[in-house]
Design a protein around this ligand. Structure first.
Ligand code: GCB
Length: 608
């Protein structure tokens, strides 16, 4: 082998190792953090000119990438030096925030944008460690710090972090991030969706300071088989992780327990206790749970509850519950664009509560962490969803791993949230052998990771045998899920609303049933005959007739109509009506309620 080939081989090996991101740090909001939000410099790079050299080889895999590589944040050292970019002369873009709704020229842009942030840093703890934590970035993200590659992240809606302890300096640090939101056939989601592909550093970015050996993660829940036992595990990270003393305290239960980590820096525990105030919709009680080690301390607010199914019932703390839900996309009701803030979450969940909801379906991808934190506080049950949507590349192993990884990151983030009761694997995926293998594997993976929650997926319905009036669920994945959910659009894509009066349902699985979607488009303020599409009256009538139809299905334990607020979708081009918006919202994008809002509200008020 030639020397240069050997070098490239080892260099690639080393870079591949470096690309592994660090395990997620749990409970980011209650750590020592420094925000990197605000103005960043940006370069639009549709040809990925700052990433590939002219032979289309990535600069970050070259021995000497030179001045062409944007991650070097290069500056000419003398007037003779050739540098064909300059971050510091570029315009600002705000982080967090999608680029589409910040810059006119980026409204429909799908491709690469480079971000750069410079900062000084003074250590608050001498022996501490430093990480950079991204709450989300859509879709493929390459992260570089002070000219070194930290790694790559794939997936637009889940958090990731990298350690920068050894790289950080007191002055002139620069973090360069390449974000590419090109849709990909083999991606999760794939090319085809019904929502806007917002690109960029869409959620917060922060530095996280930790002790040298710190509390990386913990999972603390009620034992699904014994509601008087709190079980959990705690993981430390650092040189002193093994055989370390750990103390867990839940003051309001009078619990103080001293533990010791094993050789892997982990400790599993079970605490038996009576008199737990269970987290519920009426009383979303959260306990302060604190974990202390010699070097580190963290506190979280955790609710304890059980969730399980029995026949066709869903039992919250052993009592049947009817899920009065609504589906929600993560768009900012205040500013438009991708939502990310606590205020966005507050507004969306307040609207859901005004409708009378005790449950929300966060479609079709993981929403920001504020949503589930607030749902915990407000007593709203949550369905969280992986972006396995419509027809993805079922046979591609990388696609599977990507789906599993996105779900793993979501579970890592939200596994201590009492509000989250359902992990949804997918939405409206067509039945095929490859799809069934894919989804079964994903469900098994999820169950192994988290045995304390229910598994579902938004499936599709079909005619029972050849009947014109009887509908059923005939899908092998229905055997796998705990909760049988499906979307149906009788009255909108399938006849007119009065068709609901002619349809009955034969659901044979002995499982609780949720209708994960139904709906109709209506332009707020457009009034007319109830048979005229796009009028508020049409949508209102569809709600009346659909609710009457599904309330007769015995096994139905709730539903989440499509959708709380009108949302942007490039598929929706009808002038004067859609203009780029999916109009199935009960609320228009400017906050105005449509007539159907009040129909659903009335039903939820009445329904026990
Ligand atoms: C669906 C999809 C959802 C779409 C909706 C619609 O079945 O699950 O993502 O937005 O229909 O409006 O057609």
């Amino acid at each position: 082998m030639k020397k240069s080939v050997i070098f490239t081989f080892f260099f690639t090996l080393i870079t591949l190792q470096l690309l592994a991101q660090n395990e997620l740090i749990a409970n980011i909001y209650q750590r020592n953090t420094i925000s990197l939000d605000g103005s960043w410099k940006y370069i639009i790079d549709p040809y990925e000119n700052g990433y590939y050299n002219y032979r289309y080889q990535p600069f970050d895999q070259q021995e000497s990438p030179g001045n062409g590589a944007f991650f070097n944040n290069a500056k000419p050292k003398s007037p003779a030096d050739l540098v064909e970019y300059d971050f510091d002369q570029m315009n600002d873009i705000q982080v967090p925030g999608d680029w589409n709704s910040q810059k006119k020229e980026l409204l429909y842009y799908e491709g690469t944008v480079w971000y750069k942030k410079s900062f000084d840093y003074s250590k608050s703890e001498k022996n501490g460690r430093l990480f950079v934590y991204f709450e989300a970035s859509n879709y493929k993200t390459e992260v570089y710090f002070n000219g070194k590659k930290l790694g790559t992240h794939i997936g637009g809606f889940t958090p990731f972090n990298f350690e920068i302890t050894e790289l950080v300096k007191e002055e002139d640090n620069f973090l360069v991030v390449k974000v590419d939101n090109k849709r990909l056939k083999e991606g999760i989601p794939t090319l085809n969706t019904d929502w806007w592909n917002y690109g960029g550093l869409t959620r917060e970015v922060r530095l996280v300071e930790t002790a040298k050996t710190f509390i990386q993660d913990y999972f603390i829940q009620i034992d699904p088989n014994d509601a008087e036992k709190i079980t959990g595990s705690i993981n430390l990270n650092g040189p002193n992780s093994n055989n370390q003393s750990v103390e867990i305290k839940i003051p309001n239960l009078g619990i103080t327990k001293k533990l010791k980590t094993d050789q892997k820096g982990q400790v599993d525990f079970t605490i038996t206790t009576k008199n737990i105030t269970y987290w519920s919709i009426e009383n979303p009680y959260l306990y302060d749970v604190s974990i202390q080690t010699q070097e580190d301390q963290t506190t979280d607010q955790i609710g304890f509850r059980t969730i399980r199914t029995e026949g066709s019932k869903i039992l919250l703390n052993n009592k049947p519950i009817y899920l009065k839900g609504i589906s929600i996309h993560e768009e900012s009701p205040l500013k438009g664009g991708r939502g990310h803030s606590k205020e966005d979450a507050e507004k969306l969940l307040t609207w859901a509560q005004e409708l009378g909801c005790n449950y929300v379906r966060l479609a079709h991808y993981p929403h920001n962490e504020h949503m589930v934190r607030l749902a915990d506080q407000k007593g709203i049950l949550v369905w969280e969803e992986n972006p396995v949507y419509w027809t993805i590349s079922w046979e591609n192993q990388n696609t599977y791993e990507n789906a599993e990884n996105q779900l793993a990151e979501l579970i890592a983030r939200d596994k201590n949230r009492a509000s989250v009761i359902i992990w949804s694997m997918a939405n409206e995926t067509p039945n095929s052998p490859a799809r069934n293998i894919f989804l079964k594997k994903l469900a098994k993976y999820t169950r192994d990771k988290d045995p304390t929650r229910l598994i579902s997926a938004a499936l599709e319905q079909k005619s029972y045998k050849d009947s014109k009036t009887i509908r059923t669920i005939d899908d092998p994945f229905a055997e796998v899920v705990d909760v049988l959910s499906f979307n149906q659009y009788i009255g909108w894509y399938d006849g007119l609303p009065e068709k609901c009066e002619t349809i009955t349902w034969k659901i044979e699985q002995d499982k609780p049933v949720l209708i994960s979607e139904f709906g109709a488009g209506a332009k707020h303020g457009l009034h007319g005959d109830k048979n005229a599409r796009w009028t508020e009256e049409f949508q209102e009538d569809l709600y009346i007739k659909t609710i009457a139809m599904i309330d007769k299905i015995e096994k139905v334990q709730g539903f989440s109509p499509w959708i709380l607020v009108d949302f942007r979708s490039p598929r929706r081009v009808l002038p004067q009506i859609q203009d780029g918006w999916n109009r199935k919202g009960l609320i228009a994008e400017d906050g105005q309620r449509k007539k159907a809002f009040f129909i659903l509200q009335k039903f939820y008020e009445w329904k026990k």
